[in-house]
Write a protein that binds this ligand. Structure first.
Ligand code: TRP
Length: 322
């Protein structure tokens, strides 16, 4: 067992992204990647245990149940790269199955330092594993992983938890095509996708009774206060989830409860909010099981197998690079 971490070379700038997002003329927005600082990652971990949010548990059930079959379909020796590993808990089943067959390198790519540390600790007891964590954005991290690749080694990319749904459908295809361009033919991509379900089920999943999702979303404003010395009054904003039936997505917003002016000194900006005006923080697009085959094809993959959970509509899709 070897655990090694390659620290951040932050290729992003929080202050300028906040300024750009909050000075947009129409819909104000903040990029969803900033939800995942140490506090946000811990809150998301709690969301994944909420009864209303069945997504993570469905993902984990499928991985546990089909780990052996997935591994049999990925030729060894293999390097496994995971985009957004989080705590790494649900990846255990797959990695154990890979490592039972032969020694396996695991490269979690994660922007949250705390999540990366947790993930390395969670999985380091697996026999015949070596873990090298990259504190990076997805594609930067994947490029580095690809540079580590040894001759004859297959690359298996994990993109779980339906993070693909946080892109617009077209941007999702573009992102997968970028992943494809870093891979070689016959490499694989295991893609988790949350499937369409009723509006009421989605609203409960993204606005739970306990208010954990609300805290997760509001933490973004708290983070702007902490890191950019802003004066957001958190109780003057409220979390809301909205169904966008045309886009087949749930949208997360922070609604300004009154007219107010917020200053963000370190982003050199003062922002005015009207009552009822919102900051859009994330959208979660839901897929039909059929369209994933098409999405895969457009991005240069073929979807070889799809496994669907019986309790919560969610699909695990094994894509092979063409
Ligand atoms: N990527 C997750 C999802 O789309 C993240 C998430 C869950 C989320 N609940 C949220 C993001 C609430 C913003 C607000 O399911």
């Amino acid at each position: 067992m070897l655990v090694h971490s390659i620290p951040t070379n932050a290729g992003y700038d929080f202050a300028s992204d906040v300024r750009a997002g909050l000075t947009r003329p129409d819909q104000k927005e903040l990029p969803s990647k900033y939800l995942y600082d140490d506090v946000g990652s811990a809150l998301f971990e709690v969301i994944s245990h909420l009864p209303e949010y069945g997504l993570t548990r469905a993902d984990e059930r499928l991985l546990r149940r089909h780990a052996k079959e997935i591994v049999e379909r990925v030729p060894g020796p293999v390097a496994v790269a995971e985009l957004g590993s989080g705590s790494g808990k649900k990846t255990r089943w797959l990695l154990e199955a890979f490592c039972r067959r032969q020694r396996t390198s695991y490269y979690p790519v994660e922007i949250s330092h705390a999540a990366l540390v947790m993930c390395e600790r969670e999985l380091s007891d697996i026999d015949a594993i070596s873990i090298v964590g990259f504190e990076r954005e997805y594609l930067d991290g994947l490029l580095e992983v690809a540079a580590y690749r040894k001759p004859g080694q297959h690359l298996c990319v994990l993109f779980l938890g339906s993070t693909i749904g946080n892109f617009d459908r077209a941007a999702g295809v573009d992102f997968l095509a970028e992943v494809r361009s870093i891979l070689q033919p016959d490499d694989s991509l295991l893609l988790g996708t949350d499937l369409e379900k009723s509006g009421s089920q989605l609203l409960q999943a993204y606005d739970d009774e306990l208010g954990v999702t609300a805290a997760f979303n509001l933490n973004l404003l708290a983070r702007v206060n902490r890191e950019l010395a802003a004066d957001f009054a958190l109780d003057h904003f409220e979390h809301t989830a909205r169904i966008n039936s045309e886009a087949r997505s749930v949208e997360m917003h922070l609604v300004s409860k009154r007219h107010q002016v917020v200053s963000i000194p370190m982003a050199e900006v003062v922002v005015e909010f009207q009552e009822g005006e919102t900051i859009w923080t994330e959208s979660s697009h839901k897929y039909s099981s059929d369209e994933i085959f098409d999405t895969a094809r457009k991005a240069g993959f073929r979807c070889e197998v799809q496994w669907i959970d019986e309790q919560w509509p969610f699909a695990e899709n094994l894509l092979i690079a063409e």
